[in-house]
Write a protein that binds this ligand. Structure first.
Ligand code: 5GP
Length: 203
C-alpha cells in the first residue's frame, strides 16, 4: 500500500434505518478517519450529547453561522437546520485525515459543487421491505414517524445514482459493508485524478 496519503472528504448518506451509523462506528476505530460533528437546531434526543452527536444550537446562532460562512454546507430537513462546521473539516483535511460527513442528500449535493475530490457513498438495506422491517423492529417510534422516514427514503433513493458508490448493508452482513466502505475509499485513491501529484513528476 502506498505511504503517500492525503486527507479526503467522505460524504455518507442513506435512509434512517440503513445502518450507516453502525458501519461508521467501525470505520472510526481507525486513526485515519475523523467524524465531523454537525450543528443542528433540532432538540437533543435521549442520550445525545452536545459536542459528540451534534452541536445543539438555536436558530439565531445557526443563521449567524450561515452569514459568517461558518458552514461548508447546510440544509433544512424536517423543519430544522443541519450544517457542517467549516473549521473542523478544514483543519483535519490539512492534517491528512479522512473526514467523514454523515449528511443528507441536499447537503451532499452542495459538497459536490465545492469539493471536486470528495467521495460520495450511499448506504441502504437490500430492499425497501427490509428497511421497513428495521424501522418497525426498533419499536420506539410511532407508525406515523416510521411512515415519514419511509417517505423520505423513497425521495432519497433516486439521488443515490449521484453518488460514487452504493453499499448494500445486508442484514447480518455488517462486516461486509465495512469492508465495502474501505474498498470504496481505496478505489477512490487510485483514480488518475487522485494520483496526479505522482504523475506530474513525470511530466
Ligand atoms: P437526525 O435528526 O435523524 O439526527 O438527522 C436527520 C438527517 O440529517 C440525517 O439524514 C442526517 O444524516 C442529516 N444530517 C446530519 N447532520 C447534517 C449536516 O451537517 N448537514 C446536512 N445537510 N445533513 C445532516
Amino acid at each position: 500500500m502506498s505511504n503517500i496519503r492525503k486527507g479526503r472528504l467522505i460524504v455518507v448518506s442513506g435512509p434512517s434505518g440503513s445502518g450507516k451509523g453502525t458501519i461508521l462506528s467501525e470505520v472510526l476505530r481507525s486513526p485515519d478517519y475523523v467524524y465531523s460533528v454537525s450543528a443542528t437546531t433540532r432538540k437533543p434526543r435521549d442520550g445525545e450529547v452536545h459536542g459528540k452527536h451534534y452541536f445543539f444550537i438555536d436558530k439565531a446562532d445557526f443563521e449567524k453561522g450561515i452569514e459568517n460562512g461558518g458552514f461548508i454546507e447546510y440544509a433544512e430537513y424536517n423543519d430544522n437546520y443541519y450544517g457542517t462546521p467549516y473549521d473542523f473539516v478544514n483543519k483535519n483535511l490539512s492534517e491528512g485525515k479522512n473526514v467523514i460527513l454523515e449528511i443528507e442528500v441536499q447537503g451532499a449535493m452542495q459538497i459536490k459543487k465545492r469539493f471536486a475530490d470528495a467521495l460520495f457513498i450511499f448506504v441502504t438495506p437490500e430492499s425497501r421491505a427490509e428497511l421497513s422491517d428495521r424501522l418497525h423492529s426498533r419499536g420506539t417510534e410511532e407508525e406515523e414517524v416510521i411512515n415519514r422516514r419511509l417517505a423520505i427514503a423513497d425521495r432519497e433513493i433516486p439521488a443515490s445514482f449521484l453518488y460514487d458508490y452504493i453499499i448494500i448493508n445486508e442484514r447480518g452482513k455488517q462486516q461486509c459493508a465495512v469492508e465495502d466502505f474501505f474498498s470504496a475509499v481505496r478505489a477512490a485513491s487510485l483514480t488518475p485524478k487522485s494520483q496526479y501529484d505522482i504523475l506530474k513528476t513525470y511530466f
